[in-house]
Design a protein around this ligand. Structure first.
Ligand SMILES: [Zn+2]
Length: 442
């Protein structure tokens, strides 16, 4: 048993949100007790003590939309003319990169961001993967990296028609195999979903196939939805329906599914998102970078849609998305008073609701019986801090790099900024080599 003592413990548990001199007792994978340092030290005198030295103790961060496979694009030079619209970014960058990925590349593309996640206190990630010329076994490769490095994961393969029938069928087969495997494992460290790229790359015939395959293994979906205006134009021209409307009518949206972005949505479609119980995931930095528009997340939340926060591969650090999400809404609406409550709700409440939909146990709260996904944050507040203002402290004072200890599923992955049993130098050297090789093939 590990007893974290002397922490400013922020539990995210409404019944006991803050303990000034708090302690968290970890027994195996689970949290056994949360209380005052004095109390728990007395109760558990034999536990191994980890002194938090007055630092913040919080649940690990959760990222509900990530793309590990995008890693090797970092620093990559392309010869294309500048992209003038979103579909060109897909064609000129992402669809050139993903076609070159081998299974080895897939593993190492996951390793880099996973190390960053450990270093920035992110313990649970929902990822969306593509490697059209190395489909078979790709999700198992990412799962292997997640197991090697200790990250709680929910993975999917992005099925689409863009690389032809054979690759589409491979995507469906990989998804079926992987979700079946996860169902059999009954392990909350690894879960799967059926991924699809987007409406504009999934025909009705393929969609029907995907719906049937997902139903056979009782899976929900993880799909980019109405991200670029092209996606809506495509759906209107091919199916005489908008994107969310199409998903809704076909049965893609439900409480086991994730609709990512939802930028170009009407009031009627917001009603469908609400009615279906689907989770929407907002990725502010990516949306700004791709110049695809501003998701009406405040309106969606006001109408009862469950909206979480992701990074879309832009960063591994959730505090970045957290900072940008708020200023994006205030900037776009020209209302400096908006989004102060909603963005913390996305990151600290809704991301855990979304994740816990797929788990038998619980993450995102420091409470008895929850998984021991715990971080210690080396932040020395210059002003008073308590449960009422901690979100403001995190917004203006904390970045992922303040995290100095990361524990996931009861296992210490980083201790006082040192990765535990991870040879970072060797892993990154191999990653750089594979990336350099891939760049030559682009
Ligand atoms: Zn994405």
């Amino acid at each position: 048993m590990i007893l974290i003592t002397n922490g400013k413990v922020f539990t995210r548990d409404e019944s006991k949100p803050f303990i000034e001199n708090g302690a968290v007792l970890i027994d195996g994978k689970l949290i056994k007790a949360v209380g005052s340092t004095e109390e728990l030290k007395k109760q558990y005198p034999d536990a191994e003590v980890k002194d938090a030295k007055g630092r913040l103790v919080m649940p690990g961060f959760i990222n509900t939309h990530m793309h590990y496979y995008s890693t090797f694009a970092r620093g990559m030079a392309l010869d294309n003319p500048p992209a003038t619209m979103f579909s060109m970014i897909l064609e000129n960058l992402w669809w050139r990169l993903d076609k070159q990925l081998t299974l080895d590349d897939v593993y190492y593309s996951a390793v880099g961001p996973m190390l960053d996640q450990i270093k920035s206190g992110v313990t649970t990630v929902i990822d969306h993967h593509a490697s059209p010329y190395a489909v078979k076994g790709s999700l198992f490769k990412i799962a292997e990296a997640a197991k090697d490095l200790g990250i709680r994961s929910n993975l999917c393969y992005e099925i689409s028609d863009r690389d032809g029938e054979k690759i589409k069928d491979e995507g469906i087969a990989e998804s079926t195999d992987f979700v079946k495997y996860c169902n059999e494992q009954k392990d909350d460290m690894i879960k799967g979903l059926f991924g699809m790229h987007a409406s504009m790359t999934v025909s009705d015939k393929t969609l029907d196939q995907v719906l049937a395959a997902a139903a056979s293994v009782n899976s929900g979906f993880h799909v980019h939805s109405a991200e670029g205006i092209e996606d809506v134009a495509d759906a209107l021209s091919k199916y005489r329906t908008r994107v969310i409307e199409r998903w809704y009518k076909k049965g893609v949206l439900n409480d086991k599914s994730i609709a990512v972005h939802c930028i170009h949505v009407t009031d009627d479609e917001i009603g469908m998102l609400k009615d279906s119980g689907v989770a929407v995931v907002h990725n502010p930095e990516s949306n700004m970078g791709n110049a695809v528009g501003v998701s009406p997340v405040l309106d969606m939340m006001d109408k009862g849609v469950l909206v979480g926060l992701g990074t879309d591969g832009y960063t591994a650090d959730m505090t970045e998305s957290y900072k940008v999400a708020g200023i994006l809404q205030r900037h776009a609406t020209a209302k400096p008073y908006v989004a102060w409550g909603e963005i913390p709700q996305m990151l600290f409440d809704n991301n855990k609701i979304i994740t816990n939909r797929y788990l038998d146990g619980h993450v995102g709260t420091l409470k008895e019986g929850a998984y021991a996904d715990v971080i210690i944050v080396d932040y020395n507040p210059p002003t008073p801090i308590d449960a009422n203002n901690v979100n403001g402290h995190i917004l203006f004072g904390v970045t992922g790099r303040h995290v100095d200890t990361t524990i996931c599923n009861g296992k210490i992955l980083m201790d006082e900024r040192k990765l535990v049993n991870i040879d970072e130098e060797a892993l990154m050297a191999r990653s750089r080599q594979l990336a350099a090789d891939l760049w030559k093939r682009i």
